[in-house]
Design a protein. Structure first.
Length: 105
């Protein structure tokens, strides 16, 4: 049996250095997200469970008035988005797989 010694002081120093080194910070974040994704979600309280997608007037208003980038300006574009949403997303439960599908298509 191999005994592994962890130098916790050194590990904490590396984490502390990440706050002032952009490259190290990004590498550390990537490492943590890749290897501890579920733990990170739990720690942040992120859960998609039970979230169902439905188109409503509030969402239309958001797209036309409050969206930060590229607000929807025309009724035709809004109708196009609505048709896509109703065809592919309406009633589906939010999940990582659904997000990946939307991002990649």
């Amino acid at each position: 049996m191999t005994v592994l010694y962890v130098d916790y002081g050194l590990a904490l120093e590396v984490v502390a250095l990440a706050s002032s080194d952009e490259y190290l910070k990004n590498a550390l974040i990537q490492f943590v997200v890749t290897r501890f994704k579920e733990d990170v979600k739990k720690a942040l309280g992120i859960s998609f469970a039970g979230i169902r997608l439905h188109w409503d007037e509030g969402f239309e208003q958001f797209l036309m008035e409050r969206k930060k980038r590229r607000k929807v300006r025309s009724k035709e574009t809004l109708q196009y988005y609505k048709n896509l949403f109703l065809k592919h997303l309406e009633g589906k439960e939010l999940s990582e797989q659904l997000i990946d599908y939307v991002v990649n298509h």
